[in-house]
Unconditional design. Structure first.
Length: 204
């Protein structure tokens, strides 16, 4: 993922790369909807997006990645860095996950819904989702450890990250199962609030 640097924002090259990545994803979603995930080839996606199949693989290592890749991990790390240093770990994780996903949702609600619905009905994508979630857990634990002086394999830290991330993932899947009938930010807030209540034994 491209991380904009400096106060001037992303360069022209970075913007063009982001546009190409977005175009590939948009054409992939359209083809998956029309033909089905398994029946659609990388060559077809690349041709529809007007790029070579080698260019496709520069942006997405596998066909699964064209659905599973977004800016969520980068946004989480940014949000964690912006949280107060003395904030309790669970509150810090909760706030970063919620803010990060709200930004992905606000950027393109319909694409997020289409991607999640496709994941729900495609076994290969569901399997990769859990692999990706494990990688995100490690990323968050590493970021938290760097900011707190703890070891990233600290059990309490890893459990807190895994629990919060599972709550958010469950909210996203429920949202997609219900065809996006509810507002995702509200579902995420409900899921994280429920988790906090269970962890603390309080109503909040």
């Amino acid at each position: 993922m491209t991380v904009p640097g400096g106060s001037s924002g992303p360069s022209l090259r970075e913007r063009k790369k982001a546009q190409t990545r977005r175009a590939i994803q948009e054409h992939a979603l359209r083809l998956f909807s029309a033909k089905g995930y398994e029946a659609t080839t990388v060559q077809e996606i690349a041709a529809a997006a007007g790029v070579s199949h080698m260019t496709f693989f520069r942006y997405f290592p596998t066909k699964e990645d064209v659905i599973l890749t977004d800016d969520y991990d980068r946004l989480i790390v940014e949000q964690l860095a912006a949280r107060p240093a003395d904030e309790p770990i669970v509150d810090k994780i909760r706030g970063a996950l919620k803010a990060g996903l709200q930004r992905v949702y606000a950027a393109d609600r319909e694409a997020l819904l289409a991607r999640t619905r496709l994941i729900l009905r495609t076994p290969a994508l569901r399997a990769r989702l859990w692999e990706q979630q494990a990688a995100t857990e490690r990323l968050i634990a590493r970021a938290l450890a760097a900011g707190s002086g703890q070891e990233e394999d600290n059990l309490r830290l890893r459990v807190a990250v895994a629990a919060c991330l599972a709550a958010v993932t469950t909210a996203v899947l429920v949202w997609a199962e219900n065809e996006g009938a509810d507002e995702l930010p509200a579902l995420i807030d409900q899921a994280l609030s429920a988790l906090r209540q269970e962890l603390s034994g309080t109503d909040g």
